[in-house]
Design a binder for this molecule. Structure first.
Ligand SMILES: [Zn+2]
Length: 102
């Protein structure tokens, strides 16, 4: 059972210590969340979201895209769909780009 602080001064320092421990616990939780995020990034970076194979960077219509050698899926980074759409603005990709932009 915790000892009850005897004086106002002790109570003040006990509260200060509690706040310090609370802040320290919050910082530790944030550090762990960041470490988990980094772990996931390391695990998934340049991996196919469907089968986990390592993606291969290749050029498609002048735009560098990431292709999965196992399932043939293609991964586009931000802006790459627009770049592809510009090579074929009236075609299918142009429509797809407009669809995602809303
Ligand atoms: Zn794949």
């Amino acid at each position: 059972m915790p000892v009850k602080p005897a004086t106002k001064e002790e109570e003040y320092f006990a509260r200060l210590e509690l706040e310090r421990k609370k802040k320290s616990a919050q910082e530790e939780a944030a550090r762990l969340a960041e470490a988990e995020k980094q772990k996931l990034k390391d695990l998934h970076w340049m991996r196919c979201p469907k089968d986990g194979s390592e993606l291969v960077e290749t050029e498609f219509r002048g735009v560098k895209v990431d292709v999965c050698p196992t399932c043939g899926g293609m991964w586009l980074d931000a802006g790459e769909l627009d770049a592809l759409a510009q090579t074929e603005s009236a075609g299918f990709l142009g429509g797809l780009s407009k669809f995602f932009k809303g």
